[in-house]
Each structure stands twice: as C-alpha cells, then as structure tokens.
Design a protein around this ligand. Structure first.
Ligand SMILES: Nc1ncnc2c1ncn2[C@@H]1O[C@H](COP(=O)(O)OP(=O)(O)OP(=O)(O)O)[C@@H](O)[C@H]1O
Length: 280
C-alpha cells in the first residue's frame, strides 16, 4: 500500500483546556504529524500524556487552540471513531436502530436491507439477529457493533481510542481481528492504547509524553532502539516510563546474555519464532 498520500496533517497544534475555574491548561504543545493512507498508527504514552486528545482532535471533537489541522484536497477523508466505553457510543436500543442511524446507503427494500445488515455485521465477525437489544450483548459484542457501525460508512480512516480497555482477553482478540480485517481492506488505522502488546500490529508508533510527541518511528525501534548491533540503556519505550511486554523483555535478556535472535520479537508468537532456532 502506498504511504505517500497524506490523509490528515497537524501543524504546530496545541490544545488548551479550560478548567472549572476558567483557567487555561495546556495539554498539547506544538504537535506536528502527517497521517498517510495505509498506515496503522499506534499512539502510546503514560496516563494523561495527551493520547486521547489526539483521537478527539482527529474526530473533530476537540478544537485546536493553536496551529492547524489540514486535510489535503486530494484526499477525501471520512473519519470514524470507536471509543473506550462501548455503551457510551450507542444511539439506538437495538443493533438495527444503531445501524439505521449510522450506516448510509441502506436500501429501502426490505430483503436487500436485511442482507446489507448481515454483511455489515459479518465484516466484524458478528452473526447476531439485528433485532437484538444492545443491552443484552457482551462488552465485546457491543464494541464489535460500534466497529461495524463505524465501518459501514467505509471510512478512509478509523480512529480507535482504547477500544479494548473494558474488554476481556478473548473479546480484545476479536476486536483486534476485526480491525485487522478493515486494515487489510484499505482502512487507515489510528489506535490509541496503553496496552503495549497492541503495538505489534503497528506500521508506525507515536509516543506521547506530557503533550508532546517523543517518538515517531517503527515498532521494533520503539522497544529495542534503532541500532540493532547494540541495545541502548534507554529505549523510546522506557524513556516514556513504560514497561515493555514480556516477549520484548525476554528477548532483551537473551540478547544481554549474548544470544543472537533471528528477529526482535514484538509478541509471544514472534518470541517463539526467535528462539525456535538455536542461538547463533
Ligand atoms: N475536557 C477536558 N478538560 C480539561 N482537561 C482535560 C480534558 N480532557 C483531558 N484533559 C486533560 O488533558 C490531559 C491529557 O488528557 P488525555 O485524555 O488526552 O490523555 P491520555 O494520554 O489519553 O490519558 P489516559 O491514558 O489516562 O486516558 C490530562 O491531564 C487530562 O486531565
């Protein structure tokens, strides 16, 4: 997929929130960023570092106080979002109502419409009756309905703000799988998270610390630094005060013991691959 087409640009963007006392509180300073078509960007950082503010800005929910956000004329960008709390996004009471509100180009002809609903749901791996009440669904199913609704308008860019935060491991896996399918269909992904294992899907990682971008690069360099020959004392991950996933920490220990790994793993599957061959 081409990385050249820019979907959205931020230039010297700052956000100042007003506190209850009416004072300005600067939570974002001089953030500059180009989001390219075909990227899967994971945005990571400690609590309160400004990650969700990026999601809100991209979704048009938070105005910039300074700087600008540009959508180049060549890119017709439809951006949709899925947020942390599944119920907070629902408008309707049933899956049908939800899709009726959000999905566009739904047929007025009944048979065709039912087939469209089925297709929208199956795109995220759901096979539920459309008249199911939303409050009878599990957290994971609710989040998949939100995802299905967001994807039903075929957005160019999908912004996810900690979509798995309230979910159990099985549901987290389903949501990631559904987002991977959307990515493979050409949707650009911006995924805000505090779960470091979710970095494994990224083509690009953006690290946030105290309202500024501290890292913008590949996922492996985020965990291991950019010099494969020598492990740095501090990596972009540890500089943000974040604890690397088990697979990364294990690989670092092996490297420190003098083992040469075939790849620098991002997750358990890759760790198994890295240690399957004897140390060189
Ligand atoms: N509507 C608001 N009004 C005032 N301050 C806000 C508002 N939203 C966020 N903030 C503050 O802005 C800072 C950045 O918040 P943001 O939610 O973007 O961070 P985050 O990295 O997503 O944090 P977390 O991981 O805890 O969700 C925080 O200090 C937060 O308290």
């Amino acid at each position: 997929m081409s990385k050249s087409e820019i979907l959205t640009s931020l230039r010297q963007a700052s956000v100042v929130y007003r506190t209850e006392m009416g004072e300005g509180r600067r939570v974002w300073s001089e953030v500059s960023l180009d989001i390219h078509k075909g990227e899967w960007i994971v945005v990571i950082g400690p609590n309160g570092s400004g990650k969700s503010t990026l999601a809100s800005v991209l979704l048009g929910l938070c105005p910039l106080s300074e700087g600008e956000m540009k959508v180049p004329k060549s890119a017709v960008v439809a951006t949709r979002g899925v947020l942390q709390i599944p119920d907070a996004q629902f408008i309707g009471d049933t899956i049908r109502e939800e899709l009726d509100y959000i999905a566009t180009e739904i047929s007025t002809e009944e048979e065709e419409r039912e087939a469209q609903y089925k297709e929208i749901l199956s795109a995220v791996g759901l096979s539920l009756p459309v008249d199911r009440a939303l409050n009878t669904l599990s957290g994971g199913q609710k989040q998949l309905v939100n995802l299905a609704a967001a994807l039903s308008v075929q957005p160019e860019m999908l912004v996810l703000d900690e979509p798995t935060a309230m979910l159990d491991p099985a549901a987290r896996k389903e949501v990631r799988q559904a987002v991977r399918a959307a990515y493979q269909q050409g949707t650009t992904i911006v995924w805000v998270t505090h779960r470091l294992e979710e970095v494994a899907d990224a083509t690009r990682v953006i690290g946030f610390g105290e309202g500024r971008i501290t890292y913008d690069g590949g996922p492996r360099a985020f965990f291991y630094g950019d010099n494969e020959a020598e492990l740095p004392v501090m990596t972009p991950c540890t500089e943000l005060g974040l604890d690397a996933p088990f697979a990364v920490k294990t690989a670092i220990s092996l490297l420190q013991m003098g083992c040469k790994l075939r790849l620098l793993p991002l997750n358990m599957d890759e760790l198994a691959e890295a240690v399957a061959a004897p140390c060189l």
